[in-house]
Write a protein that binds this ligand. Structure first.
Ligand code: CIR
Length: 262
């Protein structure tokens, strides 16, 4: 039996546009290079496809510099999909751009209507529950609205806190298998992963926390040798992906796709 939190038939991704240089960032460490970013994105999509999944690649949206971070626009689960309501005003319009693609794939498609806000980057589905971290982008009203929908679909939701100064809950953690979470010590110190096996990012490699388990492989940002060694030792089949340019916009492996079974 494959687990719907780690095994997927489909993914959706969106190519970066030239406007990606104007994407949101907490700290300006320079603009990403669109050509190099596109090359890394191509490798990312090819890696997802190499597992046998069908990957839908959408065209860039120049009016939305952050639109390649599709994960924040929707939550896809067994049972249905939910369109999010981003807390970043400049990203709100991305949701309507994603909606038709999901409407063609999901019979049950819901919308977070507000007034609250919630972004997909703050949500980790582990198979047994949905963990949601409140953050500067995700507030209590947004979480409450999602909870009402998930109750109907039979998915328990546990509300947590994304650490101060961390963009999204999943900036600091990833699901490696249904029992195992890769987490920064900072996030795990709140005991939010009780009941799971937790692997801590080696000191100095916290930026590798946003990885994804996708079918039988783990996509991990390149350039984190201690993390790669630890995960290889644990038996995971790693695919290192160049994350240099996404990292300049506080993005990682999970943000670049929506993953689901259809
Ligand atoms: C933003 O600040 O919204 C984008 N520059 C990065 C979004 C990353 N998304 C994610 O972690 N799910």
């Amino acid at each position: 039996m494959t687990n719907p939190a780690t095994h997927f038939s489909h993914a959706i991704s969106r190519r970066p546009g030239a406007s990606v240089t104007g994407g949101l960032r907490a700290e300006d460490r320079g603009a990403p290079d669109p050509a190099r970013m596109q090359a890394a994105h191509d490798t990312y999509v090819a890696t997802l496809r190499s597992t046998g999944a069908e990957v839908i690649v959408l065209d860039p949206l120049e009016e939305y510099p952050d639109a390649l971070f599709v994960e924040d626009t929707a939550l896809c689960l067994p049972g249905g999909a939910v369109m999010m309501r981003p807390g970043a005003p400049s990203r709100m319009g991305e949701v309507a751009q994603m909606r038709p693609t999901l409407a063609a794939l999901f019979e049950d498609l819901r919308d977070i209507q507000g007034p609250g806000h919630i972004e997909g980057g703050d949500i980790l589905f582990t198979g047994r529950e949905v963990l949601v971290g409140r953050s500067a982008r995700t507030d209590a009203e947004g979480v409450a609205e999602l909870r009402t929908i998930l109750n109907e679909w039979g998915h328990p939701l546990r509300e947590l806190q994304t650490p101060e100064g961390v963009l999204h809950f999943k900036t600091d953690c990833s699901l490696l298998d249904p029992e195992t979470i890769l987490s920064t010590r900072l996030l795990d110190s709140s005991d939010c992963f009780d009941g799971y096996r937790v692997l801590h990012l080696p000191e100095g490699e916290e930026a590798a926390a946003n990885a994804i388990r996708f079918n039988d492989v783990v996509l991990l940002p390149d350039g984190f040798p201690k993390t790669a060694e630890m995960l290889t030792r644990e038996g995971y089949d790693l695919r290192p992906i160049d994350n240099t340019d996404c990292a300049l916009l506080d993005g990682g492996m999970s943000c670049l796709s929506l993953r689901f079974n259809a």
